[in-house]
Design a binder for this molecule. Structure first.
Ligand code: ZN
Length: 305
């Protein structure tokens, strides 16, 4: 699909907390010239340069995607990146006053609600596409697999299998041209109940307040255990629904988890820094394998060209 690059017409401000740091953050997403890509400027680090959001700079992928280059570090940028690629916004400058993008409601909906009404500006340069010419297969020791094969357009088949009775095996197919705002943007991140306390104690979800994640309760837990977790997160009363999820939030889709994983995958693959014509088959993928494969594509088709 040949088209010109696009950017926003207006700037949008988002205020919230970082999921992992719990830090308050103000972030402004603004228009940018053609061929900028998506860049992050840390206004709390005077003299620093805007960092291009590309897979070369991935330094950390535990429960979020984090980039660092020239001392500019940005945590948890995947949902914002996903919304931009999903809405066909090629260039933007993101100005942020700390090191983590706000989690907002755990999905990409707040971004899409802001950007979807923007008239978008067409720029002078065409969008660049990478044509994948030969298959790439990445097998991670964790059991995750990603296979990228040549295609005349972008599509993804994703399978989620956590060996969970609540989730089961969930599959989702994504095809360029599908309605990102409807199909993926509202789908929130998720966590297993038994991981909550460990994550909390390891300072990994200090901004999580149980309003921004689906919580899966795999095995029956006692009322005391649930009250204990509610106390940690300052929530008054929660209980396990019959469907196996905590009742802190209600599901937008029965398969909201695989849809969220697709949202993440699109954000992580946008770190190729160019659109790609390829079919992706992903099995149990997460940020580590997504960004590893995005980096392999960059190395083969961009960095070593
Ligand atoms: Zn996510």
């Amino acid at each position: 699909m040949d088209r010109k690059q696009r950017t926003l017409k207006y700037s949008y401000t988002f205020k919230g907390k970082g999921l992992h740091s719990g830090k308050s953050v103000t972030m402004v997403v603004s228009p940018a010239p053609a061929n900028t890509g998506i860049r992050f400027y840390r206004c709390d680090l005077p003299g620093s340069h805007p960092m291009e959001a590309v897979a070369d700079y991935v330094i950390y992928t535990q429960r979020c995607t984090t980039l660092e280059h020239d001392n500019v570090r940005i945590f948890t940028l995947e949902h914002l990146m996903s919304s931009l690629v999903g809405l066909g916004i090629d260039n933007a400058m993101v100005t942020i006053d700390t090191f983590e993008v706000p989690i907002l409601d755990g999905s990409a909906k707040p971004y899409v609600e802001a950007f979807a009404n923007d008239p978008l500006c067409e720029e002078t340069a065409p969008v660049t596409y990478i044509d994948i010419t030969e298959p790439i297969v990445y097998n991670d020791p964790s059991g995750s697999i990603i296979k990228v094969t040549p295609s005349d357009h972008f599509s993804v088949d994703l399978t989620v299998d956590f060996n969970s009775k609540v989730l089961g095996v969930q599959k989702f197919h994504w095809e360029e041209g599908m309605d990102y705002a409807k199909e993926l943007a509202p789908c929130r991140t998720f966590v297993f109940f038994h991981e909550l306390e460990i994550l909390y104690k390891n300072n990994l979800i200090r901004g999580g307040d149980l309003d921004n994640a689906l919580v899966i309760v795999e095995n029956p837990v006692s009322d005391e255990e649930i009250s204990h977790i509610a106390g940690l997160f300052n929530v008054e009363k929660i209980r396990r629904n019959d469907n196996g999820y905590l009742d802190n939030v209600s599901l937008h889709y029965d398969n909201e988890c695989v849809r969220h994983k697709m949202l993440d995958l699109l954000g992580d693959f946008s770190l190729v820094g160019s659109r790609i014509n390829a079919h992706i088959e992903a099995f149990k993928s997460g940020h580590k394998v997504n960004t590893t494969v995005a980096g392999m594509i960059r190395n083969k088709y961009i960095n070593n060209k």
